[in-house]
Design a protein. Structure first.
Length: 257
């Protein structure tokens, strides 16, 4: 780390991590602590408000954002293992309070301290390698919000390059949306299914045995499609592999007894 003083970092767990894949949260804590951070998980955190925001419900989004701003006051950084949630905090919160100057200042303050996990490790903390091993081949999907809002592209690939035993195989179109898009897959299921079908074909063409990404929504969408097609490709969050937790059951696999 550039500084000898551990950073006081708050982990924004995200709804999907909390409800469907808690191991991603534990992996994030492990990576941050190994990088020298003091990590806390504020108990009053809630959803970032993105589902309400995407459906145009600004009143509900503002109420949720106000609670999130309260919960994460005073931390050096707020880190989320999700580009979409990280993008919500850093790019969309300030605009919710254009008619409330005092809240806008607080929202801008939070936005300036909010990061996606892998970009925080690489771009802020200067992490260049991890002590992890994963025997196999993997392909990486660039989630839309992480890539387009936060510029997350090279950072996960750079760290994955330090994972012993791992061969990274690129898709032909890693930057193309998987079709999840939050509420998009509910509003337009036929289009969403066609998009994820194209993505699963691209994954299969790499010959990789594992699919990685930085957003759990995208991962769950792609894992569901791959399993419906009978694919043997294992699906994991990139943080799990980087934290040397790649021996856990993959997304969609039953837990071991």
């Amino acid at each position: 780390m550039p500084s000898s003083r551990p950073r006081r970092v708050a982990l924004f767990v995200t709804c999907l991590v909390d409800l469907f894949r808690p191991s991603v949260g534990f992996a994030a804590v492990k990576l941050l602590e190994e990088a020298g951070c003091t990590v806390e998980v504020p108990p009053l955190q809630t959803c970032c408000g993105q589902p309400a925001y995407n459906t145009g419900d600004r009143a509900t989004t503002r109420a949720i954002a106000a609670q999130v701003i309260d919960a994460f006051e005073g931390y050096d950084a707020v880190v989320a293992p999700s580009g979409s949630c990280g993008g919500m905090l850093s790019h969309h919160y300030p605009g919710l309070f254009d008619d409330d100057p005092s809240m806008k200042i607080r929202a801008e303050n939070l936005a300036g301290r909010s990061y996606e996990l892998i970009s925080f490790l690489v771009d802020v903390l200067g992490v260049r390698n991890v002590a992890a091993r994963y025997d196999g081949s993997a392909t990486y999907h660039d989630s839309c919000s992480g890539l387009r809002e936060l510029g997350v592209k090279a950072q996960p690939r750079n760290l994955l390059g330090s994972v012993k035993g791992l061969e990274l195989r690129e898709m032909k179109t890693p930057e193309v949306c998987c079709g999840f898009g939050g509420t998009f897959c509910v509003k337009y299921p036929e289009i969403s299914n066609a998009m994820v079908g194209e993505k699963s074909a691209d994954i299969a063409a790499t010959g990789a045995d594992t699919l990685l990404a930085g957003d759990l929504g995208c991962l769950m969408n792609m894992a569901g499609k791959l399993q419906r097609e009978g694919s043997a490709v294992r699906v994991r969050h990139v943080a799990e592999v980087l934290a040397d937790m790649g021996d856990l059951p993959a997304i969609g696999e039953p837990e071991r007894g």
